[in-house]
Design a protein around this ligand. Sequence first.
Ligand code: SPV
Ligand code: MG
Length: 430
Amino acid sequence: MKKVYMCFATDILHSGHINIISKAAQLGPVTAGILPNEIIATYDRIPVTTLEERIRVFENIKGIDRVIVQPTLSYRSVLEELRPEYVVHGDDWRDGVLQCVRQEVISILAQQGGELVEFPYTHDEVLMQIEAQMRRQSAIPDSRRPRLRHLLRNAERPLRFLEAHSGLSGMICEKTTIVKDGSPRSFDGMWLSSLCDSTMKAKPDIELVDLTSRLRTADEIMEVTTKPIIFDGDTGGLIEHFVHNIQTIERSGISAVIIEDKVGLKKNSLFGTDAAQCQDSIEHFCEKIRQGKQALKTRDFMLIARIESLILKAGMEDALRRAAAYTAAGADGIMIHSKEKEPDEILTFCDRFHADCPDVPIVVVPTTFNTVREEAFWQHGVRIVIYANHLIRSAYPAMQAAAERILQEGRCKEASDEFCMPIKEIISLF
Ligand code: SPV
Ligand code: MG
């Protein structure tokens, strides 16, 4: 009997799958490989059902002989062990991020004397509606909120969060995927930066843009995306206000808030000691953390404490003392910030804190110490890397250049040709 292998990422089964499975079964006994949710999340919507649930469903489908877990997007380990005569797939993976996976399958099968059999993929109107409904479902607050904790539990590399300041930039965070070393790579979620949200409104980053407006931006992003959001909560304000505001943020479907240990007029940390800024006392900030945690209604939401000691030149020992105190007060993670170009102080902090509290996620924002790669951060215990301002910092000069070019030429042809996407593309983006 010739062996047949198929791999599945879907959580919605429809007649198209059943047709393809019955065609595959005519070739020989079918082994179905099921991809884990976190692997699917690297290039597509996170499944709404668990891996175990999907295994049980596939075990009971007529035509499937055996079900295994395919641990990676690459078929290599499974194909080398199973050595099937046929791999069966829909023809929808010829384009898009899976084309590299397909190419690898073809080359492994060529070495093993196997064959790839592709059947036409069914584009079904009803199915597309179900898929759209699933996307909406995974965007509702209760489904979205726990996603950060879930990703952290399963991560084998730092989660990457990219700044979003609008629905459009949120969509870029959600959808941008590249193929690197044969695997798709995308962002894990959005950072709702106070700097970028303020800049978007042409305001300074001094807690001037109020929570109502910040949540309006969050809502715009949430309307068109499904990935988890980390909210930059600035200082959190007065404790009396924070205990209310944290509930509003939690209710919206955001997964975490980061508050920084400063008091008084907050200015952006990257001014360093050039701007007079006052660090909160350990006791007072711990009280803010304790009361904030007590106010929460779910166990899904995370309150992350941000330490400004290195920014304010209060020293490493102060930073570590604060990290221990904030963790003891209930913080679900520690963000350590620095404005140094060299990563040394950040990495020293991470090593020392991680040795003491290996289970507390460390968050970094490598805007200035930007030479360190994500894999290296992981080795130092970093679990979330935030690219905090790169979409707005790249958009602003591009807009400025287009505006100047129109003025220079007295017409828009040159700006259009040099800087702009085709009209045809923008009118059909959504
Ligand atoms: C932000 O993005 O608003 C931050 C990070 O708080 S930083 O600008 O580096 O302070
Ligand atoms: Mg900020």
